[in-house]
Ligand binder design. Structure first.
Ligand SMILES: C[S@@+](CC[C@H](N)C(=O)[O-])C[C@H]1O[C@@H](n2cnc3c(N)ncnc32)[C@H](O)[C@@H]1O
Length: 252
């Protein structure tokens, strides 16, 4: 599991924070629930989620202990209303009791096996509980992928970008119902030069840079930035809203 430069991510992830608020607003909440934020990162979206839960609680889960460290600092004022968990969404989740709802933003495209992911989420969600998520979908960052295919060994990275149709089918197999899944193009413009390169290095190319010796990293980022037609990322987000069915899975 990859560690992130959590402080750097927190400084540049304004687009993710903006989209995240819209996703939180789609979650039906009374304000008293216990909600899992699956892939909470540095806790910016989690903080907004907490504002919608005046008498509720959040389980802030992430595979990166650096991200959980930043989230702990950001959310310290919320005391025991936040439970922090370092765990891999690709494995059964170590939660003591089921949650009432699940939120996830900008995370699922990093998890290789979505059948396993949705099964593990269903296993910790109360029957009739909502899953509301947004992540990279089919066509996401296609222009960056085209450039990456032409550089060095052409490795495209560890992410995968699924269609609404395949995702709906996987959610159904994991016993979710009332499923809606749709793509949302979100082309995002950046200030050219160092700000754009910093964003690429921190959010999009982190796994690529880890494979390179430190002295070769800046040059790699500059080559990608210079090969793109503009300082713009052609983001495409996949939104999901689904409800856990009443029936339990055999392995629950
Ligand atoms: C782009 S950040 C998104 C963070 C936050 N939700 C946001 O919207 O700003 C992706 C997060 O997913 C986490 N992540 C990636 N793969 C994961 C996995 N298999 N299990 C748990 N977390 C994972 C990363 O550590 C990172 O914090």
């Amino acid at each position: 599991m990859r560690e992130w430069d959590a402080a750097a991510y927190d400084r540049v992830a304004a687009p993710q924070a903006r989209w995240g608020r819209d996703v939180v607003d789609r979650l039906p909440l009374a304000g008293t629930e216990r909600v899992l934020d699956a892939g909470c990162g540095t806790g910016r979206v989690t903080e907004y989620l907490l504002s919608r839960l005046p008498a509720g609680r959040v389980v802030a889960l992430d595979a990166s202990s650096a991200m959980i460290g930043e989230a702990r600092k950001r959310l310290a004022a919320h005391g025991d209303r936040v439970e922090f968990v370092v765990a891999d969404l690709g494995k059964p989740l170590p939660l003591e009791s089921p949650v009432d709802a699940i939120l996830s933003t900008a995370t699922f495209h990093w998890v290789p096996d979505h059948d396993a992911l949705f099964r593990h989420l269903a296993a910790v969600l109360q029957p009739r509980g909502w899953l509301v998520a947004q992540f990279g979908g089919a066509g996401n960052i296609a222009s960056v992928m085209r450039v990456l295919a032409t550089i060095d060994d052409g490795w495209l990275g560890p992410t995968h970008f699924e269609t609404p149709e395949a995702t709906t089918e996987r959610l159904r197999r994991a016993r979710f119902t009332e499923i809606r899944a749709w793509l949302q193009p979100e082309a995002t413009r950046f200030e050219a030069g160092e700000p754009f390169e910093r964003f690429l290095a921190t959010v999009i190319l982190g796994a690529h840079l880890e494979r390179l010796p430190p002295h070769a990293r800046i040059d790699f980022v500059k080559r990608v930035a210079a090969s793109l037609p503009a300082p713009e990322i052609d983001y495409v987000r996949l939104n999901v809203i689904a409800r856990r069915s009443n029936s339990r899975l055999a392995n629950d």
